[in-house]
Ligand binder design. Structure first.
Ligand code: BES
Ligand code: MN
Ligand code: MN
Length: 456
């Protein structure tokens, strides 16, 4: 039986594969919200049962947080590990969804068929592309292509707190020749891609307190320090007029783009006007001496994710608030050290605040940037397999998002990560009305079958 037979089986089984994905999407496995703990557990059980039904020796493995799903099957070189995450982001704001996020459906849109629902693209639809490819392979060929390990996580969207200890405790079991991570996208929604650069992520939350209680802004306004005013000034000064971040030492470890990569990215002819136009914008707002692709792939950022304080309800209240809050995150590149940046950021904020203001910080995760080693012998065959399926040469690209596990595979296990995914820019991951194109799902499954064929 040849690869073509496997591909034909995938085509034939697409309706059944879609039904299986819809089943998984109905489980509201929101990892960050304790109210959904039992549902995360249920999603893990569903995956264990699905893998077992294919003949994979799979089990749910407890962690202090949500369980891991680990499965083993097949033998012989190479040893391929597949990673995906079964947890999803919270659904709010719920009123902006056109349907119940956990009552997924197939919809026909003017851009083609889509699978709509929370987790469709991030990451349940993507992780099922791997499972479905292997299911078809086994059914057609009667055997597995090589030794395969499944490693599915349920805490990715909450910063993977249990991941590093679990990898350390189970290092021998999880070590592989390459770790295939299916949690990224295509380039500009049509070119298959292998991600070679991922940004790190550092989160900081701060509370600035000035008066000891909320005050009447007529009685105290003018004489009392307003913490929102103090915090706003700090936030406004985190970037200069050229878009550079002003935290001392922030750019330590930020490398220049290697010339070969620069040339390759220029060849990608990124349409930044369309990318921004899709979200109602026109002008790149990052460091003004950098190209748009650099801004999203290879330069670090500082973004305010939330800011609140005082009265924000309907109507008006003349309050002079006691507290002001912000959540700020940094995307990191190269060898930027998240802990050094956290320290410098806290020091800068503390020193800038005027008298009578106090500040408290809490950190939310701190991961370094990571990269893939494209000289590894499996990369070119995988790239060719992707090009064959999509009928366009596959690209090596960067990714602005963060997938800390890629770096953990390298550092803890010595296993090279390979990031291949089929998401599109308009999938609305983390947002209302998330979807995954049927084309991504179908060609994604076919892509994995071709990659398995190329690597074994
Ligand atoms: N799948 C995403 C990462 C991603 C984002 C890949 C955009 C390709 C394009 C992943 O699930 C994710 O959302 N990561 C978070 C970090 C996590 C610690 C919450 C991120 O990048 O914000
Ligand atoms: Mn993801
Ligand atoms: Mn995500």
């Amino acid at each position: 039986m040849s690869l073509d037979d496997v591909l034909a089986r995938i085509d034939h089984d697409l309706p059944a594969a879609t039904d299986r994905l819809l089943e998984l999407l109905r489980i509201p496995s929101i990892s960050t919200d304790p109210a959904f703990k039992a549902d995360c557990d249920r999603a893990a059980d569903w995956l264990v049962a699905d893998l077992k039904s294919m003949g994979v020796d799979a089990e749910k493995r407890a962690t202090p947080g949500h369980p891991m799903v680990v499965g083993h099957v097949g033998e012989g070189k190479p040893h391929l590990l597949f990673y995906g995450h079964y947890d999803v982001q919270p659904v709010d704001p719920l009123n902006l969804w056109d349907r119940d996020p956990f009552d997924p459906a197939i919809e026909d849109t003017d851009k083609g068929r889509v699978i709509r629902g929370r987790g469709a693209a991030d990451d349940k639809g993507q992780l099922m592309t791997i499972i479905e490819a292997l299911r078809a392979w086994k059914e057609v060929k009667g055997d597995w292509p090589c030794r395969i390990t499944f490693f599915l996580e349920g805490e990715e969207e909450s910063g993977s707190p249990s991941l590093v200890p679990f990898m350390e405790e189970n290092a021998e079991e999880l070590k592989a020749d390459v770790a295939m991570i299916c949690d990224t996208g295509l380039f500009e929604s049509k070119t298959p891609a292998i991600v070679t650069m991922l940004r790190g992520l550092l989160g900081e939350e701060l509370t600035v307190t000035a008066p000891s209680k909320d005050l009447h802004s007529g009685m105290y306004g003018g004489i009392a320090m307003n913490p929102i005013r103090a915090l706003s000034k700090v936030i406004a000064s985190l970037h200069d007029d050229e878009g550079r971040i002003t935290i001392p030492g922030f750019y330590d470890g930020v490398p220049d783009l290697p010339e070969d990569l620069e040339a390759q990215w220029q060849g990608l002819a990124f349409d930044h006007a369309a990318f921004l136009g899709d979200v109602g914008l026109s002008k790149p707002a990052g460091e003004q001496d950098r190209t748009p692709l650099e801004m999203i792939w290879s330069r670090p950022t500082c973004e305010v994710n939330g800011i609140w304080g005082g009265y924000t309800g309907d109507g008006f209240k003349t309050v002079l608030p006691s507290e002001a809050h912000a959540k700020i995150s940094f995307r990191l590149v190269g060898t930027q050290d998240p802990l050094a940046i956290r320290e410098n950021f806290r020091k800068m904020v503390t020193e800038m605040l005027p008298e009578d203001c106090t500040v408290e910080f809490s950190g939310h995760g701190a991961s370094q940037a990571s990269g893939a080693e494209i000289d590894h012998p499996m990369f070119e065959p995988a790239r060719k397999a992707l090009s064959d399926e999509w009928q366009v040469p596959a690209a090596y690209i960067g990714c602005g998002g963060s997938i800390p596990i890629a770096g953990h595979f390298q550092k803890i296990l010595g296993t090279e990560p390979m990031l291949v995914g089929f998401g599109k820019d308009d999938d609305q991951i983390h947002s209302p009305n998330e979807k995954y194109d049927m084309e991504s799902f179908h060609k994604g499954i076919r892509s994995w079958a071709r990659i398995l064929d190329a690597l074994t």
